[in-house]
Design a protein around this ligand. Structure first.
Ligand SMILES: [Zn+2]
Length: 74
């Protein structure tokens, strides 16, 4: 999109590792939550689980926890 203004610190919406496109809000949200809001690399659920050396289920459970806490990222 020519002429579109890019926001500073805009997080990528494709996976940094496997290049999966159109990451979900949850996937982007958990990256921001765990890596910090200024992060500009995003991971899909399975790559992020690998990166953190946890299971995808564990990651999903954490997303649920954050959602329950009313976190604005989810
Ligand atoms: Zn990935």
């Amino acid at each position: 999109m020519r002429g579109a203004t890019l926001k500073v610190n805009m997080i990528s919406t494709s996976c940094f590792v496997c290049a999966k496109k159109e990451l979900t809000k949850d996937e982007v949200g958990i990256c921001k939550k765990l890596l910090g809001r200024r992060v500009c690399q995003a991971y899909c659920m399975s790559c992020f689980a690998d990166y953190l050396e946890v299971s995808a289920e564990e990651l999903l459970a954490r997303i649920e926890d954050f959602r329950d806490q009313g976190c604005s990222l989810f």
